[in-house]
Design a protein around this ligand. Sequence first.
Ligand SMILES: [Zn+2]
Length: 416
Amino acid sequence: MLLRARIVVPVTAPPVEDGAVAVSGDRVTAVGRWRDLRDAHPGPVTDLGETILLPGLVNAHCHLDYTRLAGQLSPPRTFPDWIKAILAARSSWTADDLATSWLDGARQLLSTGCTTVANVESYADGLALRRAGTPLRVFSFWEMTGVKSRRAASEIVTEGEHLLDSLPPAPGGVGLSPHAPYSTLPDLLQAGAALAQRRHWWTTTHLAESDAEFEMFMFRRGPMFEWLQRERDCSDCGNGSPVQHLSRCGLISPRFLAVHANYLWHGDAPLLAARGASVVHCPQSHAYFGHRRFPREELESAGVNVCFGTDSLASTRGKKGQPISLSMFDEMRAFQSRDTGLEPSGLLARATVNGARALGLQGLAGELSSGSWADMIAIAGSPSPGQVNEAVINHAGPVRATMIAGRWVASPTALV
Ligand SMILES: [Zn+2]
């Protein structure tokens, strides 16, 4: 089929006015000007009219489980206070609460233009059904902790491996998420890294998120250390930064997504770059906690791939009087309001190709090019050529149409 739009934004190439995208099966076969493609592609045509057609957005960090906590937790005094609040909130959830929350989150992401999400999963029951209940490409990262339960690391990783192996094939994938340095012990981090390496799975961990975590690992002090020294063996603290700690445990690799990385020590950025890891920045969650400025320049000048994620609605404040929703467009704008160093095209890259690269999906997701997945979204607009990326960043509300793997999952029929 051939899709025509006022503007096509391939992301990896300049925008095309009166553009077209040819699709065969689940792949894009050509991107270019309508007048160049129409004769070579005699299949059915869908004219999307005055729209901008671009690749589906890639959300590199999310917790769909927590969608139901939207607006319920006020920004905490300390980061450990927030951890305690979320543990208390989820302790009373039923399986139905959880399924509704997860699927609501998936619907929100779809309606705001996301087609691929790296989601941290903390509930095994019904996970296969939830994944089957959305057309989103969900990369499910199984969350592992072990401090509270005091279970053996081998038992925790074996359980994770069996769970992920039991999931039916779905458009996304699976991976492991050792939760964070403070909520795991070194043997679990090492066992998780070894399993991921053996299975060629991606891993993701909340890393260097708060000053409390940084102080705990660097200096054996601060509110997180005071709290957790009663709960866990803290002999892994006081030996360097959180990044150095994870590196010693073998987790930092080209298949690793470090989420947050707000508090870095000397040498952390070059270390992440040398190991080929990616960093996921979640602008709204970052603002909610009032962390110090995200060190984007330091990471990127060292050569680290930086991409964006939404994190969960449990750490998103939203705008006054407006419902809070998972939205990568909101994340791009939240980033822009705090870091003016990126052009709109740079913001869009971090919400598309950079996220795809972090997940090993280069050439498949986050771009429209010959051979890429036919995952794309259409938003209303007919900006002048110089204003295209800005118009994309300023898009608000639901997208007008979404295609995943060559199939419309939100139909454009209303447009044509
Ligand atoms: Zn998170």
